[in-house]
Write a protein that binds this ligand. Structure first.
Ligand SMILES: C[S@@+](CC[C@H](N)C(=O)[O-])C[C@H]1O[C@@H](n2cnc3c(N)ncnc32)[C@H](O)[C@@H]1O
Length: 364
């Protein structure tokens, strides 16, 4: 049902979904240590409606940011429900609080005009991208491939929203396999409500006024997070009845991530949801049924089953080694051991929201 929302949006290139502040907070609290001293770029973000701009400007000091750059695309297609309807595309630069009120005031925010439309692929935007250490946004779903390719080209760190369908893209899956991109903590229940004027096809119980519900959304990142180094606890043992081999590939079929047999070290096919639990010290990703199996799909007992990711356990000593000291091995900031506390947000005070002088979509 909610996927219909996304498909419609993608087909019509309807990219106007606006992320809720609470969803941004829930994800980014796990990345706090990464932001210290960094320049953050939000490059698909009209500051009047973007909660990414809001999050970083109001938490600039708490995060210890060096600079926040936000670029606003001037959508040329008036048929879209774009709120990016300013006369000219602009970009903002915020270097933190100057007058001591710890709030981003208009006079503290530098407004610059683009010559072009602020497309993230334009030369002007790429110059800003080069300045950035970490890119954080919800980019247009319809341009996700290009968006990620550009981040990779300029070797940027990022935390971005995308749809889990992107995992299947031929441009994205190899990055996951090569541990250049992974899933973040994600949205509650794998679905999120976004501010949007598109028609919501969610069921009545899930409907929220002025919002659209999209299932299968996730966060994609290349920043180290503790989740990625947590071992999946396995409790099942291999037997050929519960774990039959595929008709068309030399691997066993596993129907649930939690049922991966702990004593099996050869190739296994596992549902794509495994990626949410993937720890590269425990498993290696080898491919997918679509790309690596004859007929492009897994068959068991003559029946075609859902797409699988092909994985293999890493040798036990590696796993033990990872358990011993995975944090240090992966070079994570020591502050990962800090408790996960959400930043106290100035943003929680709606009165302060408007002190930047930009009208803002309600965030809660
Ligand atoms: C999914 S929305 C998210 C908006 C905002 N980042 C947020 O999360 O609230 C994607 C935004 O990217 C903008 N956009 C579309 N094409 C773009 C492009 N080529 N360059 C930059 N932004 C673009 C859209 O107008 C839209 O506002």
């Amino acid at each position: 049902m909610a996927n219909k929302n996304l498909n419609q949006a993608k087909n019509a290139k309807k990219d106007e979904f606006y992320t809720q502040l609470v969803d941004i907070e829930n994800e980014l609290r796990h990345y706090r240590a990464h932001f210290k001293g960094k320049t953050v770029l939000c490059n698909c973000d009209d500051p009047r409606v973007s909660n990414f701009f809001h999050y970083f400007s109001y938490n600039f000091e708490q995060l210890g940011l060096k600079k926040l750059i936000t670029t606003c695309y001037k959508n040329q297609n008036r048929d879209l429900f774009s709120q990016n309807d300013s006369e000219r595309a602009i970009w903002l630069e915020y270097l933190g609080d100057k007058n001591g009120d710890r709030v981003p005031n208009p006079e503290e925010i530098g407004i610059h005009y683009f010559n072009g439309d602020g497309d993230f692929r334009s030369a002007e935007c790429i110059e800003l991208l080069k300045q950035a250490d970490i890119v954080v946004t919800n980019p247009p779903f319809s341009l996700f491939r290009e968006y990620v390719a550009q981040l990779m080209k300029y070797e940027k760190k990022f935390v971005i929203v995308g749809h889990q369908n992107a995992i299947h893209y031929k441009e994205i899956f190899p990055l996951i396999k090569e541990n250049k991109l992974w899933l973040g903590y994600g949205f509650k229940g794998g679905a999120a409500h976004f501010y949007s004027k598109y028609e919501d096809t969610a069921t009545a119980g899930d409907h929220r006024e002025g919002m659209i519900r999209v299932s299968g959304v996730n966060w994609f990142t290349n920043l180290e997070i503790p989740k990625r180094h947590e071992d999946l606890i396995l409790y099942k043992c291999y037997n050929p009845v519960d774990y039959p081999k595929y008709d068309n590939f030399d691997a066993i079929n596993v129907n649930k991530t939690s049922e991966i047999p702990m004593d099996y070290v050869e190739v296994m096919g596992i549902p794509i949801t495994f990626l949410d639990k993937y720890n590269p010290e425990q498993f290696e990703i080898l491919g997918t049924s679509t790309t690596d199996m004859p007929k492009g799909a897994p068959y068991v007992g003559g029946k075609r089953i859902y797409e699988r990711i092909l994985i293999r356990r890493k040798p036990m000593q590696d796993v033990v080694g990872a358990n011993n000291d995975s944090t240090l091995q992966m070079g994570q900031p020591a502050s990962y051991n800090q408790p996960d506390t959400t930043l106290p947000l100035a943003a929680e005070d709606p009165e302060k929201y408007n002190r930047t002088g930009v009208s803002h979509t309600p965030s809660k």
